[in-house]
Ligand binder design. Structure first.
Ligand code: SAM
Length: 312
């Protein structure tokens, strides 16, 4: 019998390390305007640094890195010259894909297997939602035995402490506790000598928990959503941003922005410029891009949240 957390951890690793079938669409896969917007936002944060580092957690197909580096090279050549780009990822298969996608930027990008001390920005899109969660319901924790679900004693006293800090005590519904998110946030804060942390992901705040009475864990297969994750699926859990805010404060990370992805994108001059350019174009590829951007704004805009924290 293993905890759901260990089961999810195992399945996520198997999924990303296996013959990867790309069951997910992410915002950077949909359109380059996402990466351009993030690049422009990060330039404002790192421009003053002599040798800034951009550290991406979970590089996926390399699409986001490609768009960020392309933007910097073209629009911010002085920053581009000084910047180091690091990717942290556990999937050797995806690292191979990233290397081939990023061959135009040879020498600029390095792959790392632990987070070094850096000055700059550590950022991720759809990374935290891959981190495994403990599933809790009314004082019991979910374990898996074969195909059976077993609810039993809570395995780690830290879970109880998170439940208290999130105000989840006594709730009569399923909740998830991501201790891995807390641990990773600590690693991020220790790695940042000077700079910022940006998380973009599906997520919610603790007070919104009643919107998810059965929890937020889902599996994706062939772009379809499944509420009962099984073998061979991309398993994710929405990110509890209250957890990142609360523990961030403890780890010396001061919040400088929190909002939904739609507002974040629409407040960027770079994103608005792309939208405007595409809206006036009759070219079929631009019309298609515009429709993909609408997908980003409509289907991800509300559900995705953006948190920016500054290391004190
Ligand atoms: C859904 S993909 C997102 C990719 C990319 N950020 C994007 O937006 O297109 C998740 C990425 O995180 C990586 N990943 C997931 N869990 C990880 C972990 N615990 N440690 C390191 N990398 C992880 C996966 O290998 C994959 O590259």
């Amino acid at each position: 019998m293993i905890s759901f957390r260990d089961w999810m951890s195992q399945k996520v690793k198997e999924y990303y390390r296996s013959d990867f079938r790309r069951d997910f669409f992410t915002a950077p896969e949909l359109d380059k305007a996402f990466g351009y917007t993030l690049a422009d936002y990060m330039v404002q944060l790192i421009r003053h640094l002599p040798n800034p580092t951009l550290l991406e957690l979970g590089g996926g197909s390399g699409a986001l890195a490609y768009d960020i580096l392309s933007y910097l090279k073209k629009k911010e050549p002085k920053v581009y010259q000084r910047v180091n780009y690091l990717i942290y990822d556990f999937s050797t298969e995806l690292i191979e894909l990233q290397r081939s996608r990023l061959r135009d930027f040879e020498g600029k990008v390095l792959w790392i297997d632990s987070l070094p001390p850096i000055r700059g920005v550590i950022f991720s899109n759809e990374f935290f939602d891959c981190l495994p969660v403990h599933v809790i319901r009314e004082g019991k924790e979910l374990f898996i035995r074969g195909k059976e679900e077993v609810w039993t004693e809570i395995s780690d006293p830290r879970i109880e402490s998170v439940l208290r800090r999130m105000g989840y005590e006594g709730l009569k519904q399923t909740v998830e506790v991501c201790l891995d998110c807390v641990d990773f946030l600590k690693v991020i804060s220790e790695s940042l000598i000077d700079g910022y942390h940006i998380v973009i992901d599906y997520g919610y705040l603790s007070h919104e928990i009643s919107r998810f009475p059965h929890g937020t864990v889902v599996g994706y297969k062939a772009h379809r959503l499944h509420n009962r994750p099984e073998e061979g699926m991309d398993i994710t859990a929405h990110v509890n941003f209250s957890l990142l805010q609360e523990y961030g404060r403890e780890f010396g990370l001061r919040e400088v922005f929190f909002g939904n992805l739609r507002d974040f994108l629409l407040s960027s001059p770079v994103f608005l410029e792309e939208l405007e350019k595409l809206s006036f174009s009759q070219l079929p590829e631009d019309i298609e891009r515009l429709s993909r951007l609408k997908t980003v704004l409509i289907s991800m805009g509300e559900r995705f949240r953006v948190l920016v924290q500054e290391k004190l």
